[in-house]
Ligand binder design. Structure first.
Ligand SMILES: Nc1ncnc2c1ncn2[C@@H]1O[C@H](COP(=O)(O)OP(=O)(O)OP(=O)(O)O)[C@@H](O)[C@H]1O
Length: 788
């Protein structure tokens, strides 16, 4: 019944289940599906609810009053029952009843159809609603999607921004990190600096304490040095004795040197002789070898010939044999061939004769071969002898070369020892030495009192070094480094100074000057006698030695450049003796040009505008010396006086480079012929001569002032008081090797002057002016001439 089924859920559409809006209706999930699906939708067969007979056609469902089917709801069973319902017929022929039943049945069918239609309408409505809901949901979804996309874009841009920020932050972070590291480094450095400063401060404090201690110890030292000074003075005396001993040692070494040199010469001669012999024996050996080769060739030829002859002989013997057998055969076989046999016999005899002659020839050849072999043996033995001799000579040459090398080594050692001794002597002595030279009595000198006023002590300490002079009956004794008696030759003098000259090549500043009264032999000592080469003075002799030594040092890699200048100081004015336009620039003997003297930081002296000439040989220098003498003689003619009215200064600047060691040396050799010293009262000069004498005396007294100040070790040394002393400042007060010749005249009338000169020389001898210093350094381009 419809009323019974009110709460039953309507028959569901196959695709509408719980989502149906009328969710209060339940589906018949347990109902069997009947029929087939049409248009994707399945049509359901319904069971008959009311049953045909039970269905009350009047009963309309109250609840369905609003609907056309009267609120009746059908179930599947109802529908099926309705459809399967069979009409109830009591009477088959009662049509009416039948018609009513059918009407009733149709009614119910209509109701059912209506119900279906309503249900379908509601379903459609619901579907529409759902579609609308779906549409709106879709719309919402798309809106949400758009929103989401926008959001996503926004978020993406935010992410990009954030990433950018992140990168910049990372960069910042890195920068900050590196800044931090830098800061840490600088902090560490500062820390280190602070520690260093603290350390320095501590060491400075230590140094301060040490300096304070040193100060106190220095004070103690000063007092002890004062004591030591006294002791050293004593020691100095003993050193002078030692000096004497060294002198004797030096002479022994020099003797040894001479001996070694002689030995070397002998060895060199022997060597050259042996070399000659060796050449000869080599030539004879070559000759013997040639002979041997010729003999060997000859023997080979003879052997070949012998071989040939032997072959011929064998061949002939075979023929003879054949023929002999033939003959025998013929003899035996027939006599008719007897004639023929005779011929053959003759032939055989002939052949036998030929054979014997060939045998003879063979013997001769064998004899010849034996002789040739004997000769070969002889030449072989002579070649062996020559070779042994050659080996022996080679050995001898080798030995001689070794001996030569030894001798040369000894020579070098001797030379080194000599230099060492020389420098030791100089150091012991101080770097200024004094040699005294007394010239011989000359015919113009008047009465010869030689040996009365001047004498030479013969005691061991003073031998060769002492001089005694008598004035007014009183004897005055002096000791110098060397005293040359009147008979001393120029060579004797040069031997003593040659080492000093050598020092200039070794890079020392060397200064040799001659001091003494007029006519005492200064110019003779320095220049020699003009036109007498055997009496050449120190200047030409030194130059010869220097150029010779320059030559001998070349194999050791030394190359030297030399420059020369010459000047004179006349009336306190410098005159350039090598200037080409000198005569035009002089007036009253005084140069119009003003030359200024300058000393540089290295102790080298330069004279402005002075002519400097590069020289390569002693000859060139002697030419320049002649030129200078000419220049001086001009002054002499104009002044009507001697050239000794001026101080003559010769300077040789030496610049040496050793190409193998790159070592370089700068030596200077100053050779000075001073003007004659004499007292005005004695000279009786007047006018220009008086002026000259005054100038000379002024410069010489300045020289003695300087020497005395040096001797007293005064703070101020008056070098600038004269041109001469200022020019010689580096030689007198510096680090050069200086030698003074005091020249003495033997004339009795000159005793007073001689005594003055000797006293001055003695003061100079007692003077210590420093330690000689060698000027060596590495290669440079500076080569301007200076005076040392
Ligand atoms: N050792 C000597 N042997 C031989 N003759 C000498 C010697 N010394 C000097 N004479 C001679 O004495 C003379 C004077 O010498 P010299 O001209 O050298 O003296 P000086 O000191 O240079 O004089 P001045 O100061 O006037 O130039 C010259 O004739 C010289 O030849």
């Amino acid at each position: 019944m419809a009323t019974k089924n009110q709460n039953k859920p309507p028959f569901p559409h196959n695709n509408l289940t719980t989502t149906s809006p009328s969710s209060n209706r339940k589906c018949f999930g347990d109902e069997k599906m009947v029929g087939t699906a049409t248009n994707g939708r399945s049509r359901q067969a319904f069971s008959v609810v009311n049953g045909g007979q039970d269905l009350d056609p009047n009963s309309a469902p109250a609840s369905n009053a609003g609907s056309e089917c009267g609120g009746i709801e059908f179930t599947r069973e109802d529908v099926e029952a309705l459809l399967n319902e069979k009409p109830k017929r009591k009477d088959r022929f009662n049509l009416k009843e039948r018609c009513d039943n059918l009407v009733e049945y149709i009614k119910r069918l209509k109701l059912c159809i209506k119900w279906f239609q309503e249900l379908e309408g509601s379903y459609l409505f619901e579907q529409e609603k759902l579609l609308n809901a779906l549409e709106s949901a879709k719309q919402q979804c798309s809106e949400i999607e758009i929103l989401m996309e926008n959001k996503e874009e926004e978020l993406n841009s935010v992410i990009t921004e954030l990433r950018r920020n992140c990168v910049s932050l990372q960069e910042k972070f890195m920068k900050e990190e590196s800044d931090k590291l830098c800061a840490m480094d600088s902090l560490a450095r500062e820390e280190e600096t602070r520690l260093n400063i603290e350390r320095i401060q501590a060491s400075l404090s230590e140094e301060l304490a040490r300096a304070q201690r040193e100060l106190s110890s220095a004070n103690q030292k000063i007092s002890s040095l004062n004591d030591m000074y006294k002791r050293l003075q004593d020691y100095n005396t003993s050193l002078q004795q030692y000096n004497g001993k060294l002198h004797s040692d030096l002479s022994t070494v020099e003797d040894d040197l001479k001996r070694v040199e002689k030995e070397k010469t002998t060895i060199v001669e022997n060597l050259s002789m042996l070399r000659g012999q060796l050449t000869l024996s080599r030539a004879s050996q070559d000759e013997a070898i040639k002979q041997k080769d010729a003999l060997v060739n000859e023997v080979a030829c003879l052997r070949a010939e012998l071989h040939q002859v032997r072959d011929d002989r064998d061949r002939l013997l075979a023929q003879v044999q054949i023929l002999t057998t033939d003959v025998v055969k013929y003899k035996e076989s027939t006599e008719k061939y007897s004639a023929e046999l005779d011929i053959l016999t003759t032939k055989a005899t002939e052949l036998e004769a030929t054979c014997s002659s060939q045998n003879n020839q063979l013997r001769i050849l064998q004899n010849q071969l034996a002789t040739a072999e004997d000769r070969l043996q002889v030449s072989d033995s002579s070649a062996v002898e020559t070779r042994t001799e050659f080996e022996g000579q080679k050995k001898l040459i080798y030995e001689l070369q070794n001996r030569l090398a030894d001798a040369e080594f000894k020579l070098v050692e001797g030379e080194m020892l000599r230099k060492k001794l020389h420098n030791t002597i100089l150091e012991l002595k101080g770097n200024i030495r004094v040699f005294c030279r007394v010239r011989p009595f000359l015919p113009d000198d008047g009465v010869n009192t030689d040996g009365k006023l001047i004498s030479y002590p013969t005691s061991i300490e003073a031998l060769g070094r002492g001089i005694d002079i008598v004035q007014g009956g009183q004897k005055h004794s002096f000791t110098f480094d060397k005293v040359f008696m009147p008979d001393a030759t120029q060579d004797d003098v040069f031997v003593e100074i040659s080492q000093l000259v050598q020092s200039a090549l070794d890079g020392y500043k060397v200064c040799i000057f001659a001091y003494g009264q007029t006519g005492s032999g200064k110019t003779y000592t320095m220049m020699g006698r003009p036109g007498h080469p055997e009496q050449k003075g120190l200047i030409p002799h030194s130059l010869e030695q220097i150029f010779q030594t320059r030559q001998s040092l070349q194999p050791q890699g030394w190359r030297y450049e030399m420059q020369v200048s010459m000047l004179e100081i006349y009336n306190e004015t410098i005159r350039d003796l090598l200037s080409t336009n000198r005569s035009s620039s002089t007036e009253n003997g005084a140069s119009a040009k003003q030359y200024s003297i300058k000393h540089d930081a290295n102790g080298n002296t330069h004279v402005s505008d002075l002519t400097i000439v590069d020289v390569r040989s002693a000859k060139e220098v002697s030419f320049l010396l002649d030129q200078a003498a000419q220049s001086r003689s001009v002054g002499k003619t104009q002044m009507n006086e001697q050239s000794s009215r001026s101080h003559f200064v010769f300077t040789l600047r030496i610049f040496g480079v050793n190409e193998s060691t790159e070592q370089q040396v700068q030596g200077v050799l100053n050779l000075i012929d001073l003007a004659g010293s004499e007292r005005l009262s004695k000279s009786g000069s007047t006018g220009d001569r008086l002026k000259e004498t005054q100038a000379i005396n002024k410069s010489l007294s300045s020289l003695s002032d300087v020497i005395f100040a040096l001797a007293k070790k005064e703070d101020h040394i008056p070098f600038r008081n004269s041109k001469l002393t200022y020019l010689l400042q580096p030689c007198l007060g510096g680090d050069s090797k200086t030698l003074m010749f005091v020249n003495i005249s033997p004339e009795p009338s000159s005793v007073g002057e001689s005594l003055c000169s000797l006293r001055f020389a003695a003061r100079v001898n007692a003077c210590e002016i420093g330690i000689p210093r060698r000027q060596t350094n590495m290669r440079s381009s500076e080569s301007r001439l200076s005076y040392g």
